[in-house]
Structures are given as C-alpha cells and as structure tokens.
Design a protein around this ligand. Structure first.
Ligand code: FMN
Length: 324
C-alpha cells in the first residue's frame, strides 16, 4: 500500500506534506487507529520502563500536536521539540527536501516552533490519553537571536515549564540550522548550559534523566570524559550531518538525515560504547529491521527514527517492534 501512495505524496513539497500529515492524523487518528498489544516489548532504560525501545526522533512532532496518536503507530516513546523558550518562525521556506534516490532528507528548518510554554501545555493536555508505559522526552534549544554567551539562560527558560510532565530531557547543541549552535559542543560552552538546566531539574519532585544530543562531527571523546562530573544520564547520537543542498543556483546549508547518516551514526555508537558508562539513544539512518537490531546489539539502550518513518511508511515503527 505504502509503495503505491509514496510516489504520489513525494511529488508534493516536503513541508506541505508534513503539515498535511500532522493535520490528518489529528483529524482522523481518533477513528482509525488503535493501540495494539504487539507494540509492547518493554525495555528498561534510565531506570524506567519503556513500552518498547523504538522512539520518534526530535523534530517530527516539534510542537506535540500528534503526541497522543504516536503509540498507535507502534512507537514506545517520543522526543518532542526542539523547543526554544520563545516561539520563533525558523528559516524561510523552502527548508525541507527529500532526496529519494538516496533515502535521505535535507532540512534547514531552524527551530521553528510554538515555544516552550505552549508546548508544555499541549503535552499536559494529552498525558491522560497516553499508555502508562509510553515515555515522553523533551528536547530543548535556544532562540536564534540569543547570543551563545547567553545560551545557558535560554536552556534554563526552555526547561522550566516541563516539570512533572516529561520523562527525560535532552539538551540539543547539535542542530546545524541555528547559527553558531554547534560551537556549543565544547566543554567550556557546555558546562554553564548543563549547570543551569541541572539547577532547575534537580529541584523537581522526580528528577528526570538528562541527555546531550550531539552532531556526528562532534569531538565526542573529549566530552565523554566529563560525563560523570556533569551528572548526565547519557547521549543521543546523532543529530544530522552538516551539508548543502543545491536549490536553483544556491547551495543551501543544512543537515542531512536518513541513509546517508547510517554508517556514521553506527560508528559513533560503537566508539562511544567503548568509552562511556552512560546510556545511549542511537539515531541516524535506521532504515530497516536489520539496522535497528544492529544498534541494539551494539549496546544502544533505545533507538529513534525520523527519515525511516518517511521512507518506509506509517507502520514502520510497528514493523520494527515486531521484528525485535
Ligand atoms: C525535518 C527535520 C527536522 C529535525 N528537527 C530536529 C530538532 O528540532 N531537534 C533535534 O534534536 N533534531 C532534529 N532533527 C534530527 C533528527 O531528530 C535525527 O537526529 C536525524 O534526522 C537522524 O535520524 P534519521 O536518519 O532517522 O532521520 C530533525 C530532522 C529532520 C529531518
């Protein structure tokens, strides 16, 4: 069925389809979709139980518009965001492209979103519709206009509204689409950001696990040596590969995901597991059952998909869960 529909959908602008899919899931989800027992393959990670180890990666449901329907596609958890403290529009369109021959996606979205407060309210209103073992993570970033020297304040503001409504927190310093953001992937720049987020969440009644999401190009080895002193729970590896996309005469800068990222992301996981004692969510180029199983066999606690969902169809997560 998906192989028939996909060529038609792929003729339409990628962001238009994305917005349309979100709208239609909201409209028709309540009538068509059901939670299934086959979606349950419980997995322990970060001291809690996940419905299954397959999650939706950050960036798909940035604003938590379809959160309550995600378990019905087979997901065991979802990472909402990236959210910034204040709402912002992101880069101008077009900013999302498919490269079907290579099962790759190019994006230069730039943290478009409704802002932390609105998204936190939206998650709150859907919590009671979610299965008890379905986990929700929040991925936080800074606003484009905030200079890097003030980034720690933005990350702190972004996390404050989420007390009591998320199961884990991810500090994202690895989007290529916010100018200078990746420069925050150094020990000196990360320390104040982690401190300011920790100072908030350590006071919560239930302290959530804190993870860092890094780019495939980051100097991860150096950062790992600080994992204990920072008190983090683990790593989300990886974000997109920095690259360009030829649009007319312009080479647009942005991030590449999907097949192109597969080997790189797998290698990062292998290397990190050799050095780190912490948990890892592996993401990047998981496009089939074999790759999903490989990541888990290599020691990933959980895995996430984004491009795989686009290229393999709506029930890809369910298919992955069954195959585990
Ligand atoms: C359109 C798009 C938007 C994304 N937005 C975010 C984001 O806001 N925050 C983030 O941490 N990652 C974001 N990502 C990166 C994904 O979460 C994931 O790390 C990356 O796509 C690699 O996984 P994949 O190969 O399965 O797509 C985005 C990816 C895409 C394709």
């Amino acid at each position: 069925m998906w192989s028939l529909i996909k060529p038609l959908l792929f003729k339409i602008d990628a962001e238009d389809i994305h917005l349309n899919v979100i709208q239609n899931i909201r409209r028709f989800g309540p009538f068509f979709l059901k939670n299934s027992k086959s979606d349950i393959k419980k997995k322990k990670a970060f001291g809690m139980t996940f419905r299954n180890p397959i999650g939706l990666a950050a960036g798909f449901d940035k604003n938590a518009e379809i959160l309550k329907f995600l378990p019905q596609f087979g997901f065991g958890f979802a990472e909402i965001g990236t959210v910034t403290p204040r709402p912002q529009e992101g880069n101008s369109r077009p900013r999302l492209f498919r490269i079907p021959k290579e099962k790759t996606i190019f994006n230069r979205m730039g943290f478009n979103g409704d802002g932390a407060f609105v998204v936190s309210e939206r998650i709150k209103s859907q919590k009671s519709d979610l299965p008890e073992d379905f986990r929700v993570g929040i991925n936080i970033g800074k606003n484009k206009v905030t200079p890097n020297e003030e980034a720690a304040i933005d990350y702190q503001k972004a996390i404050i509204p989420f007390e009591g409504i998320v199961d884990y927190v991810v500090i994202n310093v690895s989007s290529p689409n916010t100018p200078g953001l990746r420069d925050l992937q150094t020990v000196a720049a990360l320390e104040p950001i982690i401190d300011s987020v920790q100072s908030v969440i350590q006071k919560w009644k239930t302290v959530p696990p804190l993870l860092l999401k890094l780019a495939p190009e980051a100097e991860i080895e150096t950062l790992i040596s600080h994992e204990n002193s920072w008190g983090i729970t683990g790593w989300v590896l990886t974000n997109t590969l920095a690259g360009t996309f030829l649009y007319g005469k312009d080479h647009l800068p942005g991030g590449l995901s999907g097949q192109i990222l597969q080997e790189k992301s797998r290698t990062v996981l292998k290397n990190v597991k050799k050095q780190s004692e912490k948990s890892v969510i592996s993401v990047g180029g998981i496009m089939n059952r074999e790759e999903a199983q490989t990541r888990l066999d290599l020691g990933a606690d959980l895995i996430q998909i984004y491009s795989g969902w686009i290229y393999q169809g709506p029930f890809f997560p369910r298919d992955l869960v069954k195959s585990l």
